[in-house]
Design a binder for this molecule. Structure first.
Ligand code: HEM
Length: 333
């Protein structure tokens, strides 16, 4: 296979850092407000459905241009995985919500991105069920998260903010995502709708279940259902990437559109058969709840790309500081 284009480009708006810091503080305000009655949680993705130990095995003989960062050689990493609901409060799984998957590889060498944390040995990935995000800007995303706290006034406020046509289009996309039938968590395919670097290239990634996909759930207890499944067998996901080809088919900054192009498997994530409700499993969950999974916990070769990714940087910092998250681990206990 010939190496695809390296001709990708980010657009960095003047003054965007100050705006992203403000958005992070706005989200932090929501987190602090909710904490008064409910205790402190993550600013988003407050509810963990399942936390499990895992390994990530990089495939042998990857094409030269894919052998970067953690994928440089066929290697096996320890990992921890947190499946979550996306909302800022812990609520019943039956309520329409985003579903998230956060993965932390441990033992990854090379220089990391966050100043002061360059020598950390972790590489994080975070993914949801959709390949695009309907909000055109980070500002619109945060505006929506804050406005959604009051469903009664959400629509009229959105009409005023975005206009009727754009709001109705947004509602349609959101309904398609949030209103979709609920599947067993271990059978979903999880995507990053926002790109990252992959060495000289740019890419989006996904975790694809090895085994049945999209198995319906009654949605009553997604974590319990996953835990029962994992008590009996390994659960595996292939880690796949889709590479940037050109701005039309694989836009860097416009995450409202899905990328097109083939997926290539770089490795496999295996959640070994385990009892997450055993004393050992509960200890792991408590430990991992205190961790932070952040797209900027990453090797330089896998730097997050685009405005929405850059806006996430201060947002995760504000949230993790407020809840006094643990420093990056060097091993799984
Ligand atoms: C659109 C792509 C995005 C994806 C795939 C994504 C995914 C996730 C996931 C999976 C988590 C849970 C992490 C965990 O289990 O600890 C999370 C947490 C969080 N997300 Fe995002 N997210 C996205 C965009 C954003 C944006 C645009 C913001 C804000 C500007 C944001 C703010 C947060 C915050 C504050 C947390 C909690 C961080 C913590 O305290 O650990 N996310 N996100």
């Amino acid at each position: 296979m010939t190496a695809p284009s390296t001709n990708w480009k980010e657009n960095i708006a003047p003054g965007e850092e100050a705006l992203f810091e403000k958005l992070a503080q706005d989200l932090g305000g929501l987190q602090a407000g909710l904490a008064k009655k409910r205790g402190i949680h993550r600013g988003l993705h407050a509810k963990a459905n399942v936390i499990a130990r895992a390994t990530f095995e990089v495939k042998e003989n990857l094409d030269e241009h894919l052998r970067v960062g953690p994928f440089a050689s066929a290697k096996k990493y320890d990992a921890v995985v947190r499946f979550s609901n996306g909302g800022p409060i812990v609520q019943a799984d039956k309520k329409p919500d985003v579903r998230g998957m956060a993965v932390k590889l441990i033992g990854v060498g090379g220089k990391k991105l966050i100043p002061g944390m360059q020598d950390c040995v972790t590489q994080d990935f975070s993914a949801i069920l959709t390949q695009s995000v309907p909000f055109p800007t980070p500002e619109a995303f945060v505006w929506f998260v804050l406005a959604a706290r009051n469903p009664l006034t959400l629509l009229p406020k959105a009409f005023m903010k975005f206009g009727v046509g754009k709001t109705l289009a947004l509602v349609k996309t959101l309904q398609a995502g949030l209103g979709a039938p609920v599947m067993q968590l271990q059978t979903n395919r999880y995507f990053t709708p926002l790109p990252i670097r992959l060495g000289a290239h740019a890419a989006k990634y996904c975790f694809t279940p090895v085994g049945p996909q999209n198995v319906r759930s009654d949605g009553a207890d997604l974590g319990g259902e996953f835990a029962r499944h994992l008590a009996g067998q390994d659960v595996k996901f292939d880690f796949q990437v889709q590479l940037f080809t050109d701005e039309t088919n694989t836009p860097i900054e416009d995450h409202t559109r899905e990328w097109t192009g083939p997926w290539t498997t770089l490795g496999t994530l295996t959640l070994q058969k385990q009892d997450v409700n055993s004393a050992e499993g509960k200890k792991l969950s408590e430990w991992a709840e205190k961790l932070s999974f952040d797209p900027w916990h990453a090797c330089e070769e896998l730097r997050p790309l685009g405005a929405m990714m850059r806006a996430r940087s201060p947002a995760y910092r504000v949230s993790t500081m407020a809840r006094q998250a643990s420093p990056e681990p060097t091993a799984i206990p």
